[in-house]
Design a protein around this ligand. Structure first.
Ligand SMILES: [Cu+2]
Length: 301
């Protein structure tokens, strides 16, 4: 009888606080996992490319492997990661990350781990904690904003199966666009076709390297299936990550539907969708939304 009362109290509490069935667990990175003895090798190539942020919005990007963001690096907490970075660009490049152990000489900020054009450098990361962190250039002030950034996902060995969502929030330098919709291209003197002008911040604030919901690939979820969100912020401004119609518990155990991340910050959380729909997800700064940070979370029945 005692157990029944306790069970009722817990389930009633969840219904009152969440308004939808099922708890969403905070995802904690506090635990240090033992070394797995496994080494994951990652090859990155720094390349300068023309990156399509959206229709007719072409950015002169500095990239890892030709994309903004660079490829998501995945490993299990406890793995050793060796990153070999070859610089095929015209400027110094490095790779730095957070929350893992590495030698000071391999932190991407000093000469031994900065690749000059044509060079290859190798850095070793010893991982212990689960979660998501950004990886990014540390060789110049411009690198991150031009596109040299990505997400490092460290799976917990004992994590529950989930639909994984990786979100990289960043800001682009409007002066580094080769062309913008509705704006005269100074090189060609032409206004490009294919897109519409969306205000002074247009295409500046991006989710996974793209702007506005017509260009950012859908995030996909399903009713009743755990959805694990891994969000990193790596621009020059703070951002928030808000999901319409869903809520989860943060690391402090507080209920939330919107988290704030300053540059270089990161968060992993879990939510189990209970209602199908084409839900909006976005940064809650109005000028960032207007600048591109809006997308959709499609939850199927
Ligand atoms: Cu924002």
């Amino acid at each position: 009888m005692k157990r029944l009362i306790l069970g009722l109290a817990v389930s009633v509490g969840l219904c009152v606080s969440c308004g939808q069935p099922g708890p969403s667990a905070p995802y904690l990175t506090r635990r240090a996992y033992a070394p797995t003895g496994r080494t994951v090798t990652v090859d990155l190539e720094a390349r300068d490319v023309r990156w399509e942020v959206g229709p007719s919005a072409i950015y002169n990007a500095w990239t890892y492997n030709g994309t903004i963001p660079g490829p998501t690096i995945e490993a299990t907490a406890g793995d050793t990661i060796v990153v070999r970075l070859t610089n095929r660009s015209a400027h110094p490049v490095s790779v730095h990350t957070h929350l893992v152990d590495f030698a000071q000489s391999e932190d991407g900020a000093d000469a031994p781990s900065i690749a000059m054009p044509g060079q290859t450098v190798s850095v070793t990361w010893f991982t212990r904690h689960a979660g998501v962190v950004p990886y990014h250039d540390h060789a110049s002030e411009q690198g991150v904003r031009r596109g040299l950034h990505g997400a490092l996902v460290l799976h917990a060995p004992d994590e529950a199966p989930a639909m994984e969502q990786v979100v990289v929030l960043s800001d682009l330098d409007q002066t580094a666009f080769e062309q913008l919709p509705g704006v005269v291209n100074p090189r060609t003197g032409m206004i490009p076709d294919g897109g519409t002008y969306r205000g002074e911040h247009q295409y500046m604030h991006v989710i996974n390297g793209r702007a506005y919901e017509d260009s950012i690939p859908l995030f996909r979820g399903q009713v009743g299936r755990l959805s694990r969100w891994r969000v990193v912020s790596i621009g020059v401004e703070a951002h928030t990550w808000h999901i319409h119609g869903h809520r989860w518990l943060d690391a402090a155990g507080e209920l939330t539907d919107n988290i704030q991340l300053a540059p270089g910050m990161y968060n992993t959380f879990e939510v189990t969708p209970s209602r199908a729909g084409n839900w909006m997800v976005h940064c809650h700064f109005p000028n960032h939304m207007a600048g591109g940070m809006m997308a959709r979370f499609e939850v199927t029945p």
